[in-house]
Design a binder for this molecule. Structure first.
Ligand code: 9D3
Length: 275
């Protein structure tokens, strides 16, 4: 079982967040264990001080190395990977989340606004991770994002074991729009294929719509997808079938105006699919 220890001045933020939804179920089912620890436990002065102003001046408070180190020593064992959440880290990706999910023990250090003393990073931290180019008030939301993203890769955390692989980023495409009851709503009808019960046809349709949605919203991802599909197509040397681009153009052309509208693809044109 993957063990995750989170070092934070706000342990309730972690405990509360992981008690809900899929993460809460994973914890209950003992597929994952998350425990929060506060350096305040090791502060011995009257005010239980855990941070101080930066030497040389500057914004924010810096977490003191000593209480942080004592907390680290409480949780660390031989196979621990110690990760510091920080704006200076490399940006989290789905691939990174998958890799982390295979570890035995993760320790996340959450700094507050200002960060932690550099000497802890130098002596203890294996990896620095950011969740994106924007400024947060502390590392807790970062740690929670990483935990949420990696949990999906632990077998059994999602209902069926293979759903993480079907998810958009694993395939390099965004997901197609989804619909539930009723069949008609706000004057918009659910695409006919989805009601057909023909699972093979439905899966093909979903992948094509995904590709079109990706072309519209993330041309960068679409370009890569098309290159991959082209490589597969070349390798198969199936001269009878058409190129992936041509196939998508035909699929788009075959969609009715109503279908294009309900899928948000009314302003996508055949020329846009040229990679
Ligand atoms: C005085 C603060 N900043 C100097 C410009 C540095 C700074 C340190 C710590 C800014 C924000 C923070 C708190 N952020 C995190 O701990 C954090 C974070 C983030 O801010 N953005 C993206 N990912 C992450 S992961 C942790």
């Amino acid at each position: 079982m993957l063990q995750i220890d989170v070092i934070t001045l706000f342990p309730e933020m972690i405990d509360n967040a992981v008690s809900h939804g899929v993460l809460g179920q994973a914890l209950k089912g003992e597929l994952l264990n998350v425990k929060a620890h506060t350096p305040r436990e090791f502060a011995s002065d009257r005010h239980r001080t855990v941070d101080d102003r930066p030497f040389g001046g500057g914004d924010g408070m810096i977490m003191l190395p000593e209480t942080l180190e004592k907390t680290l020593q409480k949780v660390q064992h031989k196979n621990s990977k110690i990760i510091y959440l920080s704006p200076q880290g490399s940006t989290l990706t789905d691939e990174k989340a998958r890799t982390l999910s295979k570890e035995e023990h993760l320790v996340f250090i959450c700094g507050r606004y200002g960060g932690i003393d550099q000497r802890i990073i130098n002596s203890y931290v294996d990896e620095e991770i950011s969740i994106g180019d924007y400024v947060l008030s502390g590392g807790e939301l970062g740690a929670l994002v990483v935990i949420d993203a990696l949990a999906r890769f632990i077998p059994g955390v999602l209902g069926h074991d293979d759903s993480a692989d079907k998810d958009s980023f694993s395939q390099g495409l965004l997901e197609q729009p989804n619909f539930t009851r009723p069949r008609e709503y706000l004057g918009q009808e659910v695409p006919e294929v989805l009601l057909s019960g023909n699972h093979k046809l439905i899966e093909e349709w979903k992948e094509k719509v995904s590709a079109l949605v990706t072309c519209k919203k993330r041309p960068d991802l679409f370009k890569e997808y098309l290159q991959q599909e082209n490589a597969k197509y070349q390798a198969l040397k199936k001269k009878k079938t058409e190129s992936p681009m041509k196939e998508l153009q035909k699929f788009l052309a075959a969609l009715s105006l109503q279908e294009r509208q309900v899928l948000g693809l009314e302003d996508l044109h055949e020329e846009d699919l040229n990679g």
